[in-house]
Design a protein around this ligand. Structure first.
Ligand SMILES: Cc1cc2nc3c(=O)[nH]c(=O)nc-3n(C[C@H](O)[C@H](O)[C@H](O)COP(=O)(O)OP(=O)(O)OC[C@H]3O[C@@H](n4cnc5c(N)ncnc54)[C@H](O)[C@@H]3O)c2cc1C
Ligand SMILES: NC(=O)c1ccc[n+]([C@@H]2O[C@H](COP(=O)([O-])OP(=O)(O)OC[C@H]3O[C@@H](n4cnc5c(N)ncnc54)[C@H](O)[C@@H]3O)[C@@H](O)[C@H]2O)c1
Length: 466
């Protein structure tokens, strides 16, 4: 039996980063992947494909440039589905290859097949490779899969989950999306941008409740002005799928209303990928939604078995999964370089417009009785915003009213997911409004938003001209 210091199960963001880091530190590492393509939901079925489709929708629709240069193209459904999917496939395939090269460059031994436990140190691989491997330590990084409730007749043709929506062969004229979480909201704006009539169904009265309310309300308005019908406080009762593609699907809602739509996407939640692991052979403890239970070092109840990424649940992001992969290796092999995820990490929501956020929201500050104030700046007022033709968009700084320390940054607008990283430093390093004001930024840039939001914050709290 081949022996390894570390066996990693799964080549998504968590598994890849764990494997290459351990190999970099000189350990003998094996990685096992059951799919043909490396990269999991991060590269193959989730993060990168959906982000590429967003850019593709913007490109074909000219949504951002419409009228800017006196040209007004509209998305043509003759731009075939093949054309719409072209770049997504290219990015997926080349990023997957890049992961393979990264693993190979670090001399990680690669095995293809489904991994399952024989005992706490022995993993069986069943697939292209059929072999049993010994691992001193084992990391489970098997990710998650879309939750399928029993009352939804998924058929991968017209009734989709977030994996199969990537295999569409024709444009939906209308689409009912269930779940206004991150996946639902991102796909709602992508499809609305290419001209699909989108209905977004959410069982709560708010979308994305972890966002600062002013930002989520702005996003709701933006989505509605793009033609998305958001139906709050309701859910699906049943769905009638006719045999013919030409006949609409009837969606019956819990509020007694019905919708007729061309296609349907269920995007409400995910469960841990543990079914094939045979965890019962070793007694690894699991919890709700097939998630593996771990301690603060990502160790399961079995001392040499660890788990990271989506399979342990929150926060379930590609960004944090990669970091967990690196952190768990630090704990296993005592590399002393990382301890835990930072208290605050950014959220990037790639809707149209984008949203990104770090730190405290206004609602959290109120709840914690923090003496806070806010300062805001708008894209449309910034020279760079004018050049780009940004009609909407805002950056909001939330800070302590006495110390002026920045506690949260909330952005909605173009490239919000890029601009946020200065905010990450401000919050992590406990910087004040005065610090922002004392910095020199390139001109013109969207980073000016920070400076003018800081000035606005000062006016709100300290100006004589209130
Ligand atoms: C539509 C969508 C959009 C997203 N967008 C973003 C985003 O913009 N930003 C962000 O940060 N996050 C995003 N996410 C979340 C992100 O993709 C996940 O958090 C991340 O991929 C989790 O990484 P992971 O390594 O834990 O698991 P995964 O990426 O799911 O990888 C797990 C791997 O393990 C393999 N595997 C499973 N079981 C076995 C087994 N028994 N044997 C061998 N191999 C196995 C799988 O085939 C897979 O390759 C998105 C997710 C979705 C679905
Ligand atoms: N940009 C990003 O970072 C990004 C993008 C996509 C996905 N993700 C990750 O993927 C994970 C899964 O995302 P998700 O959007 O599937 O789940 P989610 O749990 O984030 O959101 C699900 C939403 O659907 C609603 N809902 C649940 N059941 C419902 C029902 N039966 N009817 C109507 N509404 C219902 C919930 O109230 C919630 O608002 C998230 O944890 C997220 O971290 C991240």
């Amino acid at each position: 039996m081949q022996k390894f210091d570390l066996i990693v199960i799964g080549s998504g963001p968590a598994g890849e980063k764990a494997a290459v880091k351990a190999a970099y530190f000189g350990y003998k590492v094996a990685i096992i992947e059951k799919e043909e393509l490396f990269g999991g939901a991060g590269t193959v079925t989730g993060t990168l494909p959906s982000k590429t489709l967003k850019e593709t929708a913007l490109y074909f629709s000219d949504k951002l440039e419409k009228g800017l240069y006196g040209i007004d193209r509209t998305f043509s459904h003759e731009a075939s589905m093949t054309a719409f999917m072209y770049r997504k496939n290219l990015v997926k395939d080349s990023s997957s290859k890049e992961i393979f090269h990264n693993l190979s460059r670090h001399h990680v031994s690669i095995f293809y097949g489904v991994a399952s436990f024989e005992n706490a140190h022995s993993i069986h691989v069943q697939g292209k490779d059929r072999v049993s491997l010994f691992g001193e330590f084992i990391i489970i990084a098997t990710g998650s899969y879309p939750y399928h409730p029993a009352n939804i007749p998924f058929d991968n043709k017209r009734i989709h989950d977030s994996d199969t929506i990537l295999q569409l062969t024709r444009h939906p004229s209308s689409l009912c999306i269930v779940g206004a979480g991150v996946i639902g909201c991102e796909y709602a704006t992508i499809f609305a941008t290419i001209g699909t009539h989108v209905y977004l169904i959410n069982d709560k009265e708010k979308i994305l409740p972890h966002l600062d309310e002013e930002i989520s309300n702005t996003l709701v308005k933006e989505m509605q002005s793009s033609g998305i019908d958001i139906l709050f406080n309701t859910s699906i009762e049943s769905i009638d799928v006719p045999p013919s593609d030409q006949t609409p699907i009837e969606v019956h809602l819990k509020n007694n209303k019905s919708l007729e739509v061309d296609m349907f996407l269920f995007a409400a939640g995910r469960s841990g990928n543990i079914k094939q692991l045979k965890l019962e052979q070793v007694g690894v403890k699991t919890g709700k939604r097939e998630l593996i239970i771990v301690d603060h070092q990502y160790r399961t109840n079995i001392s040499n078995i660890f788990a990271v990424g989506d399979v342990i649940g929150f926060p379930a992001l590609a960004s944090t999964s990669m970091e967990q992969g690196r952190i768990v290796v630090a704990h296993i092999f005592q590399t002393q370089d990382l301890e835990h995820l930072p208290t605050y990490f950014p959220y990037g929501i790639y809707t149209i417009p984008e949203v990104s956020t770090i730190g405290l929201t206004t609602e959290e500050a109120k709840e914690k009785n923090i003496l806070y104030a806010t300062g805001k700046a708008y894209y449309a007022n910034m020279p760079r915003g004018k050049i780009m033709g940004a009609k909407t968009g805002m950056l909001k700084l939330l800070f302590h009213k006495d110390t002026l320390q920045i506690l949260g940054v909330h952005i909605i607008g173009r490239i919000a997911t890029e601009i946020i990283h200065y905010g990450v430093i401000l919050v992590e390093d406990k910087k004040t409004l005065h610090h922002v004001i004392s910095q020199v930024f390139n001109c013109p840039t969207l980073h000016d938003l920070y400076k003018y939001a800081a000035y606005d914050g000062l006016i709100q709290t300290t100006s004589k001209f209130k």
